[in-house]
Design a protein around this ligand. Structure first.
Ligand SMILES: Cc1ncc(COP(=O)(O)O)c(C=O)c1O
Length: 456
């Protein structure tokens, strides 16, 4: 078999007018891509009729799959009643208010205010505006620096991409000068040389050092995902978050938990910060809030921040035409209601996350697997030349690209990040479907091993 990665090419319905996000336009012109036309349960169907188990929940969005009638009904009812009104200048809609109230029912106790946006990117831009506003109102206007992490992902506006730590994005833009990056707690590449706890300690120390270098009196906030998602499902060692909390608290630096992926049950509890047992000052959410059915994001604001920004000081000069869009909020309200009225979260935390972890872990003895990790309903499989090592199979992550493309061609939607395959299936996935996913992944690993000349 050739090691040329099988491409994901299919004939598409496209005429070539659409510019895809995060796509190499020239490569796309040559290779084409896939067009999806239907969704059923946790499956997506392309325009040729191929049916794929969606191991990525859309893009970390469709936690409840593609067939939720109550969300669809809420959207159409809202369209019938009031398809749009804005929330500027003391106005809003009843739908917007309903979701804001419902969000406070599911947020950690200290969170009683919500600011809506259309996306996670805009929500993180809003975080920047909020923390700057907060310290301005406290007469500490010099507290403007924000610290984030290498390989973090916080979105693609100039603000949120500056917060992100993605080199490929930074190479194509001019970053905000007051955003800085510190180490991520990614232990696998250091296998055998340093323990996960060493890496956790080292990454946390890099935050302390950066704050001290800038001067705590100049640093407003630290932003991080509880588990780095798009960066490769990097699950921090147990010592990491407690250290981070101490560092932020002792230096009066606000903590922003970007839960665009980790929220809504993905890590086994409502919020990733609850899974890792820390209390942030701001929480970013998006994606699964509407099960991906409508574009909606937002910032949950803790009482500490709300007390200051709602007390006085005049207008908060920030917002979007579609902040609190009534149709998106109706979708959000119906989505959260499903979580509240079913035992989904309880099932994930008591049972399904363990079923998932056990099923994925059966891949850990595969000859080209260096590590399998999971938390909640997230997972990652690191590809290596030799089991038990961190030696990669081929340059430029070619083996992982091959493996991902093989999986897609054979009915499993998975994602490749560097030399790993990452997974985030709908939370409603059944035990049989988990088996089906793992079987598909094993077949892709076998094919990859054969293609790269490694006996499987
Ligand atoms: C952690 C995190 N924050 C923010 C974003 C950006 O969200 P959006 O694409 O809705 O702007 C993402 C998107 O994947 C994300 O994973």
């Amino acid at each position: 078999m050739s090691t040329t990665a099988p491409s994901a090419t299919h004939n598409t319905l496209e005429s070539g007018t659409f510019l895809h996000p995060f796509t190499d336009f020239a490569e796309y012109k040559n290779q084409g891509g896939k067009t999806y036309v239907r969704g059923e349960g946790i499956f997506i169907i392309d325009h040729l009729g191929n049916r794929l188990l969606d191991g990525m929940s859309g893009l970390w969005c469709t936690n409840l799959g593609y067939s939720q009638d109550s969300i669809k009904t809420a959207i159409t009812e809202q369209l019938d009643r009031l398809p749009f009104y804005n929330s500027f200048f003391n106005c809003t809609t009843d739908s917007t208010l309903r979701l804001a109230d419902r969000m406070t029912e599911i947020l950690p106790e200290a969170f009683n205010h919500v600011f809506f946006t259309n996306s996670g990117s805009e929500a993180n831009d809003t975080n920047i505006r909020l923390v700057h506003r907060y310290f301005d109102l406290l007469d500490q206007p010099q507290k403007k620096h924000i610290i984030a992490r290498t390989n973090g992902y916080h979105g693609s506006t100039i603000g949120s991409a500056s917060l992100g730590g993605m080199k490929g994005m930074h190479d194509q833009m001019q970053r905000l000068p007051y955003v800085h990056h510190v180490e991520q707690p990614y232990s696998f590449p250091h296998l055998g040389a340093q323990t996960p706890e060493d890496i956790g300690q080292q990454a946390a120390q890099s935050l302390a050092d950066k704050i001290d270098e800038l001067g705590p009196e100049n640093v407003a906030a630290f932003i991080a995902e509880p588990i780095q998602g798009a960066g490769g499902v990097i699950i921090p060692p147990d010592n990491y978050w407690p250290l981070i909390v101490d560092i932020c608290q002792s230096r009066d630096v606000l903590l922003i938990s970007d839960e665009v992926i980790c929220g809504f049950g993905r890590t086994g509890q409502w919020w990733g910060c609850q899974t890792f047992n820390f209390e942030p000052d701001l929480i970013t959410f998006a994606k699964a809030v509407t099960n991906g059915y409508q574009a909606l994001g937002g910032v949950a604001v803790s009482d500490r921040i709300a007390k200051v920004v709602t007390a006085s000081g005049g207008e908060f000069t920030h917002g979007f035409t579609y902040s609190g869009h009534p149709v998106a909020c109706a979708a959000g309200d119906a989505t959260v209601k499903i979580y509240q009225e079913t035992d989904l979260l309880e099932t994930i935390s008591s049972t399904q996350q363990h079923v998932w972890a056990k099923a994925l872990s059966t891949l850990s003895t595969h000859p080209i697997v260096g590590e399998v990790r999971s938390k909640g309903m997230l997972g990652a499989v690191e590809l290596v030349r030799k089991s038990g090592s961190a030696i990669r199979i081929a340059p430029d992550a070619a083996a992982a690209v091959f493996c991902r493309n093989y999986a897609i061609q054979h009915g499993l939607m998975a994602r490749q990040v560097g030399d790993s395959l990452i997974l985030s299936p709908p939370l409603i996935i059944t035990t049989d479907e988990i088996e089906q996913l793992v079987t598909g992944l094993r077949a892709a690993l076998d094919a990859t091993a054969t293609a790269f000349g490694i006996a499987s």
